[in-house]
Write a protein that binds this ligand. Sequence first.
Ligand SMILES: [Zn+2]
Length: 253
Amino acid sequence: MLGDREGPLVSTAEHVLAALRGMGVDNATIEVDGAEVPIMDGSAAAFVAAIDQAGIVTQPAVRRFIQVLKPVQVKIGDAMGELRPFAGGFRAEVEINFANKVIGHQTYAFDLSPEGFRREVARARTFGCMNDVARLWGAGFALGASFDNTVVFDEARLLNAEGLRYADECARHKVLDVIGDLALAGLPLLGSYRSVRGGHKLNNAVLKALLADRGAWRVVESETARRPVRGHVEAGASAVGGLVAPAYGPDVS
Ligand SMILES: [Zn+2]
């Protein structure tokens, strides 16, 4: 354990949203009994298992989506995120480039499907550099972080004894975060998202920029996720009401 203190963690709610979105659940009630969603093992695996256990019910209703109609890009410092039109459902593509040489440069692209999410993304854990984790503790954040729920690197090596679940686990976790962050749109997105050196704050900023531009998206409906887009449905202003703009702490994944 890095520490045995208990306390709030950053952005674990997005891991639950990622699990729901990843598994194709678009109608669920979430009740949280406590100040924060538990981090579990730092990934979405436990939430996927819980969804499996509860089962998914197909409802007699059309599914609604937000379709991206034109590119929207946001830059924050040396980070860049963009949403673009995409005919194949939803794709997330991330590039990370850490000064930490053990993490280094990684890219990962993922076309969203429940099977793919379960197999390739859901198990990727939260990660951090030892000095960042120590700094967060000093500022009162991430007090529950430990080797049980965070992949931790120092300048020379991975510190977790059990090793990585994927060679590019960090980039995959960033994709997990993208899926959760963009779920805050209120409806599933049809489009492709790409980020370079991104994080929660950037993802949220790109989503807000998309929704703020009424020419950049429309709401479409479909009977199944695999047969999307049955024409224009409505102006879509109601979807904006579903947008939640969380206040983030330091950019922990
Ligand atoms: Zn995360």
